[in-house]
Write a protein that binds this ligand. Structure first.
Ligand code: NDP
Ligand code: 8X3
Length: 253
């Protein structure tokens, strides 16, 4: 066993791809999500394919009480977490502030910002005690620029950027690395969630260019963990080759 990787949101997209990548490299995994069946399917496949150990934890990262109950109950042998990947997150819809849906705002803020904090608050003390660890926060190009009608989602990802910088400062004395990875457009379930199940609208986002694949992000996240103890990638933006930033993508017609 090479180490333990804790990945939130491993039932789909980047989280699932990162689980597969780290499993293929021989790491044991703690994987989380709300969809129990899908998490158990991922667990089963990874154990069968790679012979690693997998601990699935079902909880909603927005549920402070659940996070504060379930994570501290992890068996002691699993508490030696080498890498925490705060990945669970989502965007909901596009709208101007004056027309925004307040429930959508709550969901995005509670998941992308508060959920990341709740999970980190529970895991970091174990890393601090060992003076060892690596936190990877999944931000977005939306953490770097704000685009039209993306207001609250962009604000949550700017917060992830700020929190990554803050964690890095706090954790310097403990030799804990903090890396923020900011992907551009990637075809996962992200747009299906954003458009609340409208597959046509979701597919349209990726027309005219080749988006990132979840595996591209997984490969980069894995790379960030392969560097020597004295080297940390702090901040990394990865986009499709036809995307310059959050608001400019060259689409062929
Ligand atoms: P997916 O929708 O494919 O996957 C999202 C994952 O997050 C799922 O496993 C989902 O699990 C989990 N999740 C969502 N809400 C919660 C919650 N409240 N509690 C627990 N788990 C939750 O999207 P991506 O893989 O694309 O997104 C992963 C991260 O990457 C997000 O933070 C997103 O903002 C970010 N990102 C995505 C980009 C893209 O273009 N795809 C680009 C830049 C950043 P379940 O539903 O089972 O709970
Ligand atoms: C996801 C990418 O461009 O929809 O963070 O904000 S984008």
């Amino acid at each position: 066993m090479k180490g333990i990787i804790f990945i939130t949101g491993a039932t789909a997209g980047f989280g699932e791809a990162m689980a597969r990548k780290f499993a293929s490299e021989g790491y044991d995994l703690i994987i989380t999500g709300r969809r129990e069946e899908r998490l158990e399917q991922v667990q089963k496949e990874l154990i069968e394919q790679y012979g690693i150990k997998v601990l699935p934890l079902i909880f909603d990262v927005r549920n402070k009480e659940a996070v504060n109950t379930i994570i501290p109950m992890i068996p002691e042998a699993w508490q030696n977490i080498d890498v925490l990947i705060n990945n669970a997150g989502l965007a909901l819809d596009f709208s101007t502030i004056d027309e925004g849906n307040m429930d959508d705002w709550d969901t995005m803020i509670d998941t992308n910002v508060k959920g990341l904090l709740y999970v980190s608050r529970n895991v970091i003390p174990w890393m601090k005690a060992r003076k060892k660890g690596h936190i990877i926060n999944i931000g977005s190009t939306a953490a770097k620029h704000v685009y039209q009608k993306g207001n609250v989602y962009c604000a949550t990802k700017h917060a992830v950027d700020a929190l990554s910088q803050a964690m890095r400062i706090d954790l310097l004395p403990y030799h804990i690395k903090v890396t923020a990875i900011h992907p551009g457009a990637a075809e996962t379930e992200f747009s299906l969630v954003r458009f609340k199940g409208d597959a046509g609208k979701a597919a349209n986002v990726y027309k005219g260019f080749e988006p990132l694949h979840a595996e591209d992000v997984a490969q980069v996240a894995y790379f960030c963990t392969t560097l020597p103890p004295h080297v940390c990638i702090n901040d990394l933006v990865i986009t499709p080759t036809q995307q310059a930033n959050a608001y400019y993508t060259y689409k062929e017609t």
